[in-house]
Design a protein around this ligand. Sequence first.
Ligand SMILES: NC(=O)c1ccc[n+]([C@@H]2O[C@H](COP(=O)([O-])OP(=O)(O)OC[C@H]3O[C@@H](n4cnc5c(N)ncnc54)[C@H](OP(=O)(O)O)[C@@H]3O)[C@@H](O)[C@H]2O)c1
Length: 226
Amino acid sequence: MRIGIFGTGMVGQALAGRLAGLGHDVMIGTRDVAAALARTKPDNYGNPGFGPWHARHPNVKVGTLAETSTHGEILVNATAGSASLDVLRQAGADALPGRVLIDVANPLDFSKGMPPSLLVCNTDSLAEQIQRAFPALKVVKALNTTNASVMTNPTAVGDGEHTLFICGNDPEAKAKVTEIVRAFGWRDVVDAGDITAARGTEMLLPLWIRLYGALQTPLFNFKVVR
Ligand SMILES: NC(=O)c1ccc[n+]([C@@H]2O[C@H](COP(=O)([O-])OP(=O)(O)OC[C@H]3O[C@@H](n4cnc5c(N)ncnc54)[C@H](OP(=O)(O)O)[C@@H]3O)[C@@H](O)[C@H]2O)c1
């Protein structure tokens, strides 16, 4: 499948590498291709800059936001939540009707320092803002409640028997995304309902961030025990 991923950070890299490894034709999109490829410094978590990462993943195409939008039969939003609506507008993400957009972003506000708060919550969510702004897309919120290395490989934590939440308005889109995350190894995929359920999964982030501090590792996840 042709997949277009917006965002060259650790999430974009993790998803692009994993999806390409599964045989998909992946393009990762950035505002400035040359600037992204010239990034050699590791990030705060020790992940390589985009340039060295891409040298190790030459099968992943790199394109402008517009090229990535055109490339993808399925799109992925892996951009900073504060910039997602702008990036998707620049990309023309709704140019073709009926495409699935997997929204992995969290609306984190770092403007007042750490820990971040949420830019939108309670009665709205980033996923709903995206769905309203781009009605031609079928937005499925998924993968936003786990660290990048866990989202693409659940066995990075324990026995891999923990929970991934998805939500969205379109049952077929959710089925498609479920198929993709099952290929990553997810077994407990909970359909939390329509896109308004993203209020809940995005509001897990303040807890996720506190747990990261308490546990001193991003390698953990939530598990729903019935
Ligand atoms: N890190 C995790 O483990 C994790 C886990 C779950 C969910 N998430 C969420 O997934 C998303 C991606 O996270 P990340 O850690 O990979 O990366 P990030 O540092 O939040 O940024 C990812 C991309 O967003 C774009 N971006 C950032 N600021 C921008 C701005 N002002 N205008 C336009 N584009 C901008 C950049 O694209 P360019 O290439 O154009 O510079 C960048 O590559 C975030 O929303 C995050 O909250 C992260």
